[in-house]
Ligand binder design. Structure first.
Ligand SMILES: *Cc1c(COP(=O)(O)O)cnc(C)c1O
Length: 393
């Protein structure tokens, strides 16, 4: 413990439903504890129910599910993949690992999602795919992007790490692109410590996805009695999690409505109770367009500038509340500059300096929420002269 005051509200606490231990004990007692056991099948099924997808395959992480999308596309060196700069590095890494070039596109100043109006200008004859991230679980402009992808014959991949349970014009996030990826990292809405899933909404990818996930072998077909021996068929790796982790995740997925109810309560409390304070202090709250619902993955505030963001983070810490910033632009990162390309992302650079995330986890109670809100409200900004519209430059 540092010399600073003890944390009253950490940034995140992995939520436990209470059913995890029993399920893991059952997995240990009954076996097999390897991948694709009974709990993996159950978790895949629950995911398909939540997303409305045809095929969900648990993976060891969202990073690995993204790696699988790059293998499924059979990318070649020099191919290009369009994606936002304002995301986690795994979204770009997957494609750079195959020798493809991540082409970074700027974000919209309202939702902070990839700006669909800038995508067409980034398309070349080497472009193979568009990868979108539903930031904070608020959907990207999917209709415009799907239409663009059809016109240019590109595959759309949803990095849906934030979006499980969210909708866009009545459709579930993760069910719209040909492929989608989920994360079950401890910081996500449902988790198993580390884990993920690949969602296949286009049947043509299924057989190869199963092979890629099983070290490049047709072991899945072998166990279903479709072939008499299993062999090395394709590139692949070990993307299959143990059934022990799937047991943990099953408990979480079964409690999804309860987890979501708790997270929505925190999100709505912040949003409603900080509204007046935000207007008074030139702070911007998240934008959620009418035609979409979000799963309360994270709550952010956009401060007027970098200085006030730093001051606010210190102020929160003084009050025992751990806030954080989010996503340093990938196009400015050392690996982003080495492997990627961009026509510039000024909005991303601006919001990356000003964005502050408040604690949000399913285990927060009303005392925790009150503490965070009063810590925020007692902050006195260092500048009052900045405009109150986002990205005014
Ligand atoms: C968390 C996250 C990932 C990585 O997820 P892991 O399961 O930890 O590999 C990828 N993309 C986005 C947008 C994320 O938020």
């Amino acid at each position: 413990m540092k010399a600073t005051k003890q944390l009253a509200v950490p940034f995140n606490k992995g939520f436990l439903t209470g059913a995890e231990t029993g399920y893991m004990q059952q997995a240990m007692a009954n076996g097999p504890m390897t991948g694709d056991g009974p709990y993996t099948k159950r978790a895949n099924q629950l995911l398909n129910q939540i997303i409305g997808s045809r095929h969900a395959l648990l993976t060891t992480s969202c990073t690995h599910a993204l790696d699988m999308t790059a293998l499924l596309l059979e990318l070649e060196p020099g191919d290009e993949v369009i994606l936002p700069s304002f995301t986690f590095c795994s979204t770009a890494n997957a494609y750079a690992l195959r020798g493809a070039v991540p082409v970074f596109v700027d974000c919209r100043p309202d939702t902070l999602n990839i700006d669909e109006r800038l995508i067409e200008a980034a398309i070349t004859d080497r472009t193979r795919a568009i990868v979108v991230v539903h930031y904070a679980g608020v959907a990207v402009e999917m209709d415009a992007i799907m239409a663009l992808a059809r016109r240019h014959d590109l595959v759309v991949i949803e990095d849906n790490a934030h979006g499980l349970g969210g909708t866009y014009r009545g459709r579930s996030l993760g069910s719209i692109g040909a492929l989608a990826t989920q994360s079950f990292h401890e910081t996500k809405n449902v988790h198993c410590g580390e884990g993920g899933a690949l969602i296949l909404n286009d049947d043509r990818f299924y057989d190869r996805a199963e092979i890629i996930r099983e070290k490049g072998t047709n072991r899945g077909q072998f166990f279903r009695g479709m072939v008499d021996k299993y062999r090395w068929m394709d590139l692949g790796s070990s993307y299959l999690p143990s059934d022990l982790l799937a047991a943990f995740l099953t408990a979480q997925l079964e409690a999804f409505p309860e987890i979501q109810r708790r997270r929505q309560h925190v999100w709505n409390s912040y949003h409603n109770r900080l509204a007046t304070w935000a207007v008074e202090h030139g702070v911007i709250q998240p934008t959620v367009p009418q035609d979409r619902t979000h799963p309360a993955h994270l709550y952010f505030l956009l401060l007027p500038d970098l200085e006030s963001r730093s001051a606010m983070l210190s102020h929160l810490l003084e009050h025992g509340v751990l806030g954080t910033f989010h996503y340093q632009p990938l196009h400015l990162a050392p690996a982003g500059q080495k492997y990627g390309r961009t026509a510039g992302c000024p909005v991303t650079e601006d919001v990356a300096d000003r964005l502050l995330r408040l604690p949000l986890y399913a285990g927060m109670d009303d005392t925790d929420i009150d503490l965070v809100i009063s810590a925020v409200e007692s902050y006195r900004p260092i500048h009052r002269s900045r405009p109150t519209v986002p990205c005014a430059k």
